[in-house]
Design a protein around this ligand. Structure first.
Ligand code: MHO
Length: 206
């Protein structure tokens, strides 16, 4: 009987992150508990970095324990050469029903826009898919402030896997480095059960 296990080296992590694109656009979505969309978007080809936080409310210093009127959100930096805001919108709308809003403000579905270009793409996406922004339950808002969530919420799937966290430690990454690491976004997606096509992992037979 053969079994295979994945291996990861600090050199692979560093190498992957060094070649990641630096010219990215940023999109922000509220789609329920942020651990899920953090992993799902992290796995998408063309998504370079992800982070989770709180947005959509007015409280000036939200935390997980004192969220106020904010909502859990995921923020993704994407390579506009490989992925459009429209592609991300398609994924965001596939992952929730625009006809039903979540009662709890913490977990509401919100599409944020942060530029005229994103507003135009959203308007076209809604029209092309028969969604009237006045009638859907999904909140559509301009992004004002994104408040970063606590470190222990970032790339949540990594936390239990020493074979993943150790190479980052060896590479000298601190918590903020891991949060902003393109390799960590892919690995978090992989550990979340999403298909990830990256040269980071080598299969070992044992
Ligand atoms: N406390 C819930 C949701 C966490 S999510 C960051 C759980 O443990 O699944 O809101």
């Amino acid at each position: 009987m053969t079994d295979s296990t994945s291996a990861l080296t600090s050199a692979a992590v560093r190498g992957y992150d060094e070649q990641a694109p630096t010219e990215t656009d940023t999109a922000t979505f509220g789609l329920g508990c942020f651990w899920g969309p953090d992993a799902a978007f992290g796995a998408v080809e063309g998504v370079v970095r992800t982070r989770v936080g709180y947005a959509g409310g007015t409280r000036s210093d939200p935390s997980y324990e004192l969220l106020g009127d904010h909502t859990e959100v995921v923020q993704v930096d994407y390579d506009p050469q490989r992925l459009s805001f429209t592609d991300l919108l398609a994924r965001a709308f596939e992952s929730h029903s625009p006809h039903r809003q979540t009662g709890k403000r913490q977990y509401q579905n919100i599409i944020f826009t942060a530029s005229d270009d994103q507003r135009t793409q959203l308007r076209r996406y809604l029209a092309a898919n028969g969604h009237d922004r006045e009638r859907i339950e999904t909140r559509i808002e301009g992004l004002s402030t994104f408040h970063l969530a606590e470190s222990y919420h970032q790339k949540f799937n990594l936390s239990g896997s020493r074979w993943v966290t150790e190479p980052f430690e060896e590479a000298g990454y601190d918590e903020a480095d891991v949060r902003e690491s393109p390799a960590a976004a892919k690995l978090n997606g992989h550990l979340g059960g999403h298909e990830v096509d990256i040269p980071l992992l080598t299969e070992h037979r044992r």
